[in-house]
Write a protein that binds this ligand. Structure first.
Ligand code: UN1
Length: 510
């Protein structure tokens, strides 16, 4: 097999990325597959980012007057480009983020899906009409674009999260400024090249083609450049995906200038397994959600809350499955668990396991593997940790494959445990008892933004609104009516009578 750097170069070439962008620059980009350098990126300056935001704003001023269904046409073309290069971009995700190939391809599929969704949406974007209390009056609401939307994304979904935001933001009439994780800028460059292809086809015979050239701007560099986006009064909405710590900084800074935020922060997702559960299903659902993507999804299952009557049986089966999990290069056929993103991530994994042990946890798995074959990479066997209680370590999100296991007696207790963490992203119950399932989904059940029955916590489809409560940040992206976050609502009252009656019966005769 060719080396990650060679494979990366040939994929970037195929995707039409200018080699000058990723060679000879100051930021080394590593592949988590073996730790090797796969690109030398040129980072930008603060002044360049400010200029980028200005250019995006100018593009928005032209774009907002393009009819929404025509804006949808650009997103349709983007979907076509993504379909054509799904294999190459998916492979690049595997190389740069370390996802197994099927998940890399799945990520690109998510981009395609949201494009399709946004194209349909571009002919909708509807407001209400509302009954007016005044005779000869009509009330309605109209949705308008916001302006420039800043999109800050994390390494673990290096391209799909941009697409969820950008596809909606663009059909809504906004321009986008995208700050990808500095760990995964190459997939961002590739995505930008595909967007440029779509834009070229779209703008070829349009008089406003030149004005639209800056509809999606890339910001390349470290967090100081992200801060420029966060603080710019020209950025109407900042949609940020990452840690709760990051969100705690971004949220108040944007609020300070009365900008809008959409936050997708940490999760601490639990699966409850009840005595009536189909354990075969539960086993597969938990293994994928807890060990898949090497535990590096915000929707990864981090806690298993299982009824005492089935705990031993389920644990034994889970441990047997974990012992056999194929771990290794994500490009290798049959591998299910790829590497952690970097050394810092491995250290956080080890630290969490050490504190769990100190709190009385019994650890299964959790050892580093292939350290001899790939000393610059961090492969680990996903860990299962039986805990005596929901301790501080369990309540904290460690972005690595650790599944904490807690036992329970009553469903009330299980739901209370599930909710008793600071985060509120995703949750699931495995049960065949209708009463238990409905209770879990009810107002007094799971407090998360996502609550599932008989599937795991991860792998959400784009058709639903995606996001969570509490420290997860409250944002909703992707499907349902999440598009409204990218638009502003105007309430319009129209008087078609010859009188001027005032609301609330107020008299003001002059
Ligand atoms: C993330 O981990 O940042 O539900 C998003 C899922 C994916 C999205 C995860 N569709 O796991």
């Amino acid at each position: 097999m060719s080396k990650p750097s060679e494979l990366t170069r040939s994929l970037l070439q195929q995707l039409g990325v200018d080699p000058a962008l990723y060679t000879g620059g100051n930021l080394a980009v590593h592949s988590p597959i073996d730790g090797s350098v796969i690109g030398q990126l040129h980072t930008q300056t603060v002044a360049q980012v400010q200029q980028s935001i200005d250019q995006a704003h100018a593009a928005y001023l032209a774009w907002r007057d393009v009819p929404a269904p025509q804006r949808g046409e650009l997103v349709r073309l983007l979907g076509e480009e993504l379909r054509a290069e799904k294999q190459a971009l998916g492979q690049l995700v595997a190389l740069e983020a370390g996802k197994i190939l099927t998940e890399g391809l799945g990520e690109v599929q998510e981009m395609i899906d949201i494009c399709d969704f946004a194209v349909g949406l571009s002919r909708q974007l509807y407001g209400l009409t509302i009954a007016s209390e005044r005779p000869g009056h009509r009330m309605m609401e109209t949705w308008h674009p916001l302006g420039v939307v800043g999109v800050i994304t994390a390494f673990n979904f290096p391209v799909a999260v941009w697409a969820w935001n950008a596809a909606l933001a663009l059909v809504a009439g906004n321009a986008v400024v995208w700050k990808p994780s500095e760990k995964t800028p190459l997939t961002a460059l590739a995505t930008q090249a595909l967007f440029a292809r779509a834009l070229k086809r779209f703008g070829a015979d349009r008089s406003d083609g030149a004005a639209l050239a800056h509809l999606n701007q890339l910001v390349l560099g470290d967090r100081t450049l992200g801060e420029v986006v966060v603080d710019s009064p020209k950025v109407a909405l900042v949609s940020a995906t990452g840690s709760t710590r990051m969100g705690r900084e971004v949220g108040p800074r944007v609020a300070q200038r009365f900008g809008r935020v959409l936050l997708e922060l940490g999760g601490n997702n639990a699966v409850i397994v009840t005595p009536s559960a189909d354990l075969d299903l539960a086993l597969r659902g938990i293994a994928f959600a807890a060990a898949g993507t090497a535990g590096q999804r915000c929707t990864t299952t981090r806690r298993l809350i299982v009824h005492h009557s089935v705990k031993q049986q389920l644990l034994e089966r889970l441990k047997a499955a974990y012992a056999k999990l194929p771990i290794g290069s994500p490009l290798q056929e049959g591998v299910l668990v790829g590497p952690l993103i970097d050394k810092a991530s491995f250290e956080a994994f080890e630290k969490a396991l050490a504190s769990a042990r100190a709190e009385g946890g019994q650890v299964f798995g959790g050892e580093r593997v292939d350290a001899d074959k790939a000393p610059g990479a961090y492969y680990v066997r996903p860990a299962i940790v039986e805990m005596p209680a929901q301790s501080e370590t369990v309540r904290h999100e460690t972005f690595a494959p650790i599944l904490y296991v807690l036992g329970y007696d009553s469903l009330e207790e299980a739901i209370a445990l599930q909710n008793d963490v600071p985060q509120g992203l995703s949750s699931a119950i495995f049960t065949t008892d209708l009463r238990e399932a409905e209770r879990f989904l009810s107002a007094s059940g799971s407090d998360c933004g996502i609550a599932n029955v008989n599937i795991g916590t991860s792998g959400a489809e784009i058709g639903g609104a995606f996001g969570g409560e509490k420290e997860t940040g409250g944002g909703r992206e992707s499907g349902s009516d999440a598009w409204k976050a990218y638009m502003r609502r105007a309430t319009n009252t129209v008087n078609y009578s010859r009188e001027l009656p005032l609301a609330q019966g107020v008299k003001f005769d002059i």
